[in-house]
Write a protein that binds this ligand. Structure first.
Ligand code: SAM
Ligand code: SF4
Length: 332
């Protein structure tokens, strides 16, 4: 059998991680992602089917893209999602299968997903106060999400559980210390993510970015922190509380870009390959797959697109253009 080369871009970065969006639909309407009225959803036949996703993940895994994160939209609203998870967990070469979810359906699905082979979970929570959670997500769902987290935490195989909160100036300041306390009291690692220009309302402004460093300093003043060693391709900078009670992390794509170490690509729900969150170009994989392309042919298309992967995102540079797609349509 001929050896298949690992996937590599034109700047010498090996690609090991793919974020696969399984749906563009969502049951929340987070202010930094979707408009209140939702977005025009894709038709069902536009979305990659389970067998198509299984094949695509297999082709990527054959090129050493072994870390698969399932996202959306809200992945758990995709019908039969645990069955899809199982199919993908069983694909040859898949080393790590994880999911990013808003947690609304975790109470129902946590057990099925762990059983299917999902071994890492990121759950998005932006406020620990019910009314403020409602304000940000436009859904009164905090108690249900917290119950979902508790359900998940009962499974030893689901740990570590990560909680993601988007840091927005004018909103997140009052959440910082409650989240630090939450991370100290629960078996969850809270990570703050800087607000990026991928919102549907195009209301992003650099002034609205609450940087990871600002948040870290505020926490450190009350609960002293110490930096943990960082794996170069990890997006988060992780800190332990000095007294040993839990961890907290910061994903700082804007104030401390990590593009030089980026090993990620993304596939949208309709099968478009994106080589950067902020790409203005994407590569259609669905049409060639439905036209009967061979696995070798598909690998060629992917290699060619990935070779041209952007060197960096350029958000802080003059002339930056926000992509047409929102985070929910890309798959964050
Ligand atoms: N619906 C799932 C969820 O919310 O976890 C998965 C998809 S969501 C698009 C993935 C992640 O992107 C979430 O953690 C969300 O907070 C984050 N996100 C969405 N819009 C963002 C933005 N404009 N800036 C930074 N993070 C954003
Ligand atoms: Fe839905 Fe996730 Fe976007 Fe919120 S961040 S609207 S939960 S896709």
């Amino acid at each position: 059998m001929t050896k298949i080369e690992p996937l590599k871009d034109g700047h010498g970065r090996f690609i090991r991680d793919v974020r696969v969006s399984v749906t563009d639909r969502c049951n929340f309407r987070c202010q930094y992602c979707m408009p209140a009225e939702g977005l025009p959803w894709l038709e069902r036949d536009q979305v990659l089917g389970f067998e198509e996703l299984e094949r695509l993940v297999g082709v990527l895994a054959s090129m050493a893209v072994c870390d698969i994160r399932l996202t959306g939209g809200e992945p758990l609203v995709r019908r039969d999602f645990p069955r899809l998870a199982k199919m993908l967990a069983d694909v040859d070469g898949v080393a790590d299968l994880s999911v990013t979810t808003n947690g609304f359906l975790l109470e129902r699905d946590a057990g099925k997903l762990v059983e299917a082979g999902i071994n890492r979970f990121n759950v998005s929570v932006d406020s620990l106060q019910r009314d403020r959670f409602f304000e940000m997500t436009r859904r009164d769902a905090l108690p249900r999400v917290l119950r979902g987290l508790e359900a998940l935490a009962t499974f030893p195989d689901a740990h570590p559980i990560k909680i993601n909160a988007v840091g927005m100036r004018g909103f997140t300041e009052t959440e910082i210390l409650p989240f630090a306390e939450f991370a100290r009291e629960h078996p969850y690692e809270v990570r703050f993510i800087e607000f990026m220009p991928l919102d549907a309302d195009h209301s992003w402004d650099p002034k609205l970015v609450l940087t990871g460093d600002e948040i870290r300093r505020e926490i450190d003043a009350v609960f002293p922190l110490e930096a943990l060693p960082r794996d170069p391709s990890a997006t988060a900078r992780t800190y332990a509380f000095k007294d040993g009670k839990g961890k907290i992390g910061f994903i700082n794509p804007l104030s401390e870009p990590f593009c030089g170490d980026c090993d990620r690509i993304r596939v949208t729900a309709e099968g478009k390959l994106r080589t950067c969150l902020f790409s203005l170009h994407e590569t259609d994989l669905r049409t060639p797959m439905r036209d009967g392309i061979s696995d070798d042919g598909l690998r060629e298309i992917i290699r060619d697109a990935v070779w041209r992967k952007e060197l960096k995102h350029g958000v802080n540079e003059p002339g930056f253009r926000q992509p047409e797609r929102t985070m929910s349509q890309i798959g964050g």
